[in-house]
Design a binder for this molecule. Structure first.
Ligand code: Q46
Ligand code: ZN
Length: 305
């Protein structure tokens, strides 16, 4: 196997690109894909401070690494979900990563904001853990960014994540989710910051290879609640398709973004208002996060009484 660029010995074969690369040329390919994503969707400039949401996993740390290498003004944000050893270990990886590069990292504990960690939220709400967790993460990323003057939050979602989300939304014809699925979501309200996914052009295999070649120490274990999540079933299904027909995932996601998504886009801004409790953007009088926090604090308070 020869590198497509230099003809030297290749270390990685990318079937969907019908190409193989040596280590330095793969890293260059990876950075180019990130540059292309940022340029094409005008995600951010070198003058803007960027808040990078990091979980301690390969994708978000690979993203932070590329953005630092590319000279962006980044700050990491680690949301401590309070999920047993998984949170302890993943926080340690983020702190070590930041310390090694002299990069600023903010840590926010979900328990301080909602009233309890994710495993307790799950018990109180009797809903799948990812439901309260996802809601809290989206809310807190936006809140922290607003409070600290970041115009944009970057997350490590890769091509596989995005294709799996798309499949889930299509299977249930969730029109709102389809309208919101994009590599870059603009700030449609003064209290919303831009949300961008600079890794959306890169597969999970590619981000893993990047993290490995850059010697990034990331947490390999998945969140214990990820097991059994439907998004994993969707990922497996797409990977089988990819196996049979390399490029299938890419065509599914990019075909949607380029040809189908415009049909789902609607003007959302008209329905947005500010939560009467916390002031963040919502569609009703009190936002879903404040309602969740009320429910959790009531239940935790009753348990203590
Ligand atoms: S952290 Fe939270 Fe994920 Fe764990 S509980 Fe679900 S949403 S799986 S990315
Ligand atoms: Zn609120």
């Amino acid at each position: 196997m020869r590198c497509r660029r230099c003809g030297g010995a290749a270390v990685l074969e990318l079937r969907r690109h019908n190409a193989a690369f040596c280590a330095p040329d793969f890293l260059a390919f990876f950075r180019n894909q990130v540059r292309e994503a940022i340029r094409r969707h005008r995600m951010f400039t070198h003058d803007e401070p960027v808040l990078v949401a990091v979980s301690g996993g390969k994708d978000s740390l690979a993203l932070w690494d590329v953005l630092i290498e590319e000279g962006y003004r980044t700050t990491g944000l680690y949301l401590d979900l309070g999920i047993f050893d998984y949170s302890v270990e993943s926080r340690a990886r983020c702190e070590a990563f930041a310390a090694a590069r002299g990069a600023p990292l903010m840590v926010v504990r979900v328990a301080d904001e909602v009233g309890a960690p994710v495993p307790v939220i799950k018990e109180v709400t009797r809903r799948p853990p990812c439901s309260g967790c996802g809601l809290s993460k989206r809310y807190l990323m936006n809140k922290v960014a607003l409070e600290h003057g970041f115009p944009v939050v970057a997350t490590g979602h890769n091509l596989d994540d995005e294709a799996a989300t798309l499949l889930g939304s299509v299977l249930h014809w969730q029109i709102d989710a389809l309208a919101r699925q994009a590599p870059a979501l603009p700030a449609t309200h003064p209290k919303l910051v831009r949300r961008v996914k600079p890794l959306y052009r890169l597969s999970e295999l590619e981000t893993a290879a990047y993290a490995f070649l850059r010697r990034i120490d990331y947490i390999v274990e998945e969140c214990p609640f990820a097991r059994g999540a439907t998004s994993l079933a969707h990922k497996e299904l797409l990977s089988r398709l990819e196996e049979a027909s390399p490029g299938a995932k890419h065509n599914f996601l990019f075909g949607f973004l380029e040809r189908a998504r415009p049909a789902f886009e609607r003007v959302e801004a008209a329905t947005l208002q500010e939560c009467t409790r916390c002031g963040q953007v919502t569609t009703g009088p009190v936002c879903a996060f404040c309602r969740l926090a009320d429910q959790v604090k009531r239940a935790v308070g009753a348990g203590r009484a």
